[in-house]
Design a protein around this ligand. Sequence first.
Ligand code: EPU
Length: 431
Amino acid sequence: MARLTIRGGNPLQGRVTISGSKNSALAVLAAVCLADGESVLENIPHGTAILTMCLILRQLGAVVFLDKDERLHIDASAINQYKAPYDLVRRERGSFYVAGLLLGRLGRAEVPLPGGCAIGSRPVDFHIRGFSALGADVSIEHGYMKAHTRSLQGTTLYVGRQSVGTTINLMIAAAQAEGVTVLENAGKEPEVVDVAILLNSMGAHIRGAGTDVIRIEGVSRLQPVTYSIISDRIEAGTFMMCTAMAGGEVLIENVVPEHLRSPIMKLTESGVSIEEHDSSLWVRSEGRIKATDVETAPYPGFPTDLQQPFVSVLSTADGTSVVRENIFDRFRYVDELRRMGADIRVERDTAIVRGVEKLTGAPVEVTDLRAGAALVVAGLGASGETHVHGAEHIERGYEHFTDKLRALGADIEHDDPDIPEASADFSALYR
Ligand code: EPU
């Protein structure tokens, strides 16, 4: 288990560059594999989630490698396996996008069901219903979703709960289906839009991404492309939270401010000063903010992925905040915050956060990626040492997180120098 030590109390100062979006990259990696020939992806983040996805695509038969300029080359011409490896897929829920890819590309897919995880039960029933509606013969056998079809047929579908993953998986599957597919109640997240832009640059006909209704006119062939992935709005939001908690002044670069409208609004309401520029945010905080109420919602609402880091910030706010989580079962980390002195009561989907003067460092354990970010945020503002156990969860989705924080003046380090930062794991992908 990887462990971080944080000695809290240092205000953050300087500039930080945001990496490519993990959740976009996971989807783009699958989508780009619909084409034959070599595509090149830029701005790929070096988190272990992405590494896992690359290894899955390799096992399916794709050629995947990084060049010295960190550009990812990917050629799916030789994909011939329709069965995705359980050992890798179970590690990364986003890898379920290979289901849409394999069905679209080979007309056949056998992909392990992702199962539950630390943020609750995460079914894929909407994805499966969508594949069936597109004409695939789908069954669940021995823990796998097995689907096959002679050709997918366009249809009109309602996407349950504006599911991001379902919207993307069905866009990938339908890009080369016969006829027109209409996705109603589609996810509007920037990651959905990114995948639609990518597919269109490959020759797909997708309209309406970013609205409730997406129309996909199937095409017979897609071409390889060079494409740069959007920056990670959740990483940017996390650095906003780090600054709000620790205090200081940070210029967050390589961001799309429009993607962060709701977190910017909430932090501003709490007394954090945020100046927006074309592709950067200037964040200033005194360290203690005002309480506020918030509830998570699909985009453009407040993202569930920032709920946990925001609760850490609110735990030392002046006053009581009410935080409602509408997307996942995502309050387990609150027990860890309590170990640091936070006063938080959870009632079903709602956390009542009574701000305390100061958190105190403690040993804490990470249960999932964003909980890990939340505990780091807490540690930055706490007095004394916080030991964050299970830091490997954080490395799934944050590139060079501790390095970036150290460069801003945080006192944070990996305890075991033998456990590499996530970026080092990518050595298997260089050519
Ligand atoms: N849902 C179902 N059935 C399905 C699919 C979803 O019931 O078949 C439910 C979910 O349980 C949830 C709601 O629908 O209550 C919305 O889930 P959604 O499908 O939108 O989430 P996702 O696609 O599984 C992605 C991100 C998450 C992010 C959510 C919400 C990836 C790989 N994951 O998950 O990111 O929280 O959208 O924005 O893109 C993270 O990065 O830490 C993370 C968890």
